[in-house]
Write a protein that binds this ligand. Sequence first.
Ligand code: BG6
Length: 508
Amino acid sequence: MAVAEQENPLVQGLERLPVHPTTLVIFGGTGDLAHRKLLPAVYNLAHDGSLPERFNLIAVSRSDIAHDDYRAMARESITQYSRTPPDEQVLSKLLERVRYVPGTFDVDSLFAQLGEELKQFDEEAGIVFNRVFYLSTAPQFFTLIVGKLGEHALSHCEDAEVRVVIEKPFGTSLAEARELNREVLSVLDERQVFRIDHYLGKETVQNMLAFRFANGMFEPIWNRNFIDYVQITAAEDLGIGRRAGYYDHAGALRDLVQNHMLQLLTLLCMEPPVTFSANDVRDEKVKVLHAIHPPTAEAVPQITVRAQYTAGMAEGKEVPGYLDEEGVPDDSRTETYVALRLEVDNWRWAGVPIYVRTGKRLARKVTEIAVQLKPVPHLAFQAEGSVGVQPNQLIMTMQPNEGVSLSLGAKIPGTRMRIRPVNMEFLYGTAFLSQSPEAYERLIMDAMRGDATLFTRDDEVEAQWRICDPILQAWASEDGALPTYPAGTSGPAEANRLLADGQRWRTI
Ligand code: BG6
């Protein structure tokens, strides 16, 4: 269990504490994530004036390059991927504070040199910087790096905070996640550990909390008495690209459901927390996960559908099927699509099916939660020839076209009482004219602040795996042919069998 946090009342509200001077250390500093997301995020934080006044960055990686070579690489990454065109003055100032430490993670001299660099930054500034170690490496290095930080006395510091951000995947099974937690927590306290789920950094995902808990009008209907069913969709039009090495061992359930989609589900279903402190929010999320019974082996075929994409069309071009993607074995049974029927078995949600689906190479990219309300008990208008009266539907769209829409039955203008659904919409793009920060900007900032609200706690990640593990195990013992769907479509027809009579999947 997580240790009690030191709650600061300022962190609980909208006001934020100033961020202590920090040195951010990125392990895997030349990797793809650093290149496309982390460095541009740090630049944008600098550009917005959000970084602490005194900030340093150390990149650690295998390539044997000099500080200046790394600075040139970082400049290129930022120029290519920043969400705002880089301002030369801000960029140069930031790069002056960047250093590079080469080496492999199992070598002690690397950590000795890292310790020296950290000390030098402290001595030059005459203060002790907080340290945030960001593990943006392959998962097999997580425990190695944390262990070495411990051995080299870098995991704790008397005069400053030390925090460790751990990228996904956090294990590939419950046993692995438990072991990883055990090893990490043998060196660090839970309050130092920030397990990333980048979905929680998305504005629209955080808006779920605002939507539910800053508006009184939804609470009375947010339960089994009014809600018929829920559909959570994370559809992607892209294939697996060059990630076969990772993806073929992961599959859709591990890649998106265990983390991102269960996060969406918990935010949708959780009870109002007493405060917005990290542990109060996460306590409520964990309760939701505990209310989902891990499926038995017999239940798995009834509540899950998995499938693989075959050749089809994407963006007007012919694209290969999964088995023909580079690096995928011909006999792979890895799912690129999964649909599940889950139930949160508690007072609020018992009996409400929660459908979750995700897939690669679907017709379009869309992440949304659709809450289908129950139909009205009696339709007095039927005799008037009203066609198309539908139960209300509330759609929260995470991406693209971020916003919330509520369908309402409205009278069609005319001399007859005819009704059809219309939408009441809130769109981020038009309601707020400012550009949203990237998820990683918010999360890097929060890790530097020590606010773990948007990070996954040890018991939370294990509770997520407790739901997914039995599904993976049951699938592993099946050997029939996997259902398929052509690339560029809405997924396999088999997914319909999860739905009850009268229910249907929303169009992707
Ligand atoms: C990552 C998965 O965690 O999330 C990818 O590994 C997936 O396979 C990505 O494409 C989706 O993130 P987003 O922000 O594009 O919805």
